[in-house]
Design a protein around this ligand. Structure first.
Ligand code: DGL
Length: 268
């Protein structure tokens, strides 16, 4: 049994790391569409086509399940991915919503994500379906992605950006904030300082990896050969960026190798 993790870039490594810790013997294939990041400012149709292409890649990579770590793709293209990829497909919206509903004390929940995720209302509609009395306030925070990519995760600049983006959530008195974007956990400290100690921050990386473990056990997938650290694949669509160094820093060890792959057209 092996899992794929798909993101638009480096951000999905948060999910990769959680999955690696939960399933130490399972080979993983990471795909970051670094040639086309960011997805969060693109149209729904474009993101859906990118997701279909990633699904073709994952089908040929031979994984049995895929976690779509990218919130934007999870919010607007989960079904498009499932149309192409026949195995288990997990998005991050459902686990993020479950965590938020477990964390909130007064049902006042803030969602921060890319413009595409916020426009889709994927989180808000799911939260209201499960808890109709909940108040959901959303804010798109597009500058958080380049700040995280640049490593500007502390100090004056991200603090001022966070203050502006989070003002509406503070005014609304939310008690929980969902970090509905792969990159935002990297800015967690700044977001936490701005929102104050009483507000809980939720991210779905650990929740989605717990769900993957549950699926693996309930499906009784065959155990793969023991993971020896060299079996993971890290694939990107453009290796010109800082993926390898960010990954090494983030995962605490150099990645064995970085493959540049071409995503096949989905034909859809
Ligand atoms: N991976 C995207 C997400 O979680 C953030 C970066 C992007 O816009 O592609 O929504």
């Amino acid at each position: 049994m092996s899992w794929g993790v798909f993101d638009s870039g480096v951000g999905g490594l948060t999910v990769f790391k959680a999955l690696r810790e939960s399933l130490p013997e399972t080979p993983l294939v990471y795909l970051g569409d670094t040639a086309r990041v960011p997805y969060g400012v693109r149209s729904v149709e474009t993101v859906r086509e990118y997701a279909r292409e990633a699904a073709v890649f994952m089908s040929t990579a031979g994984v049995e399940g895929v976690i779509i770590a990218c919130n934007t793709a999870s919010a607007v293209a989960l079904d498009a991915f499932r149309d192409v990829f026949r195995g288990s497909v997990l998005g991050v919206v459902e686990p993020g919503v479950s965590e938020a509903l477990a964390a909130t004390r007064r049902g006042r929940i803030g969602i921060i994500g890319t413009p595409a995720t916020v426009r889709s209302d994927a989180y808000g509609s799911r939260i209201r379906a499960l808890r109709p009395d909940a108040t959901v306030v959303s804010s798109a925070c597009p500058l958080f992605v380049p700040l995280a990519e640049e490593g500007w995760t502390r100090g004056e600049v991200p603090t001022l950006v966070a203050r502006r983006y989070l003002a509406s959530l503070k005014e609304a008195g939310v008690d929980t904030v969902v970090l509905a974007c792969t990159h935002y956990p990297l800015l967690r400290e700044v977001i936490a300082e701005e929102m104050g100690p009483a507000v809980r921050l939720v991210d779905s990386a650990s929740a989605v990896s717990r769900e993957a473990v549950r699926r693996q056990q309930s499906a009784q997938w065959q155990r793969s050969e023991p993971h020896n650290g060299a079996r993971d694949r890290f694939c990107v669509t453009d290796a010109g960026g800082a993926f390898a160094s960010v990954a090494a820093r983030f995962l605490g060890a150099p990645i064995p190798s970085l493959e540049t792959v071409h995503l096949p057209h989905s034909g859809a």
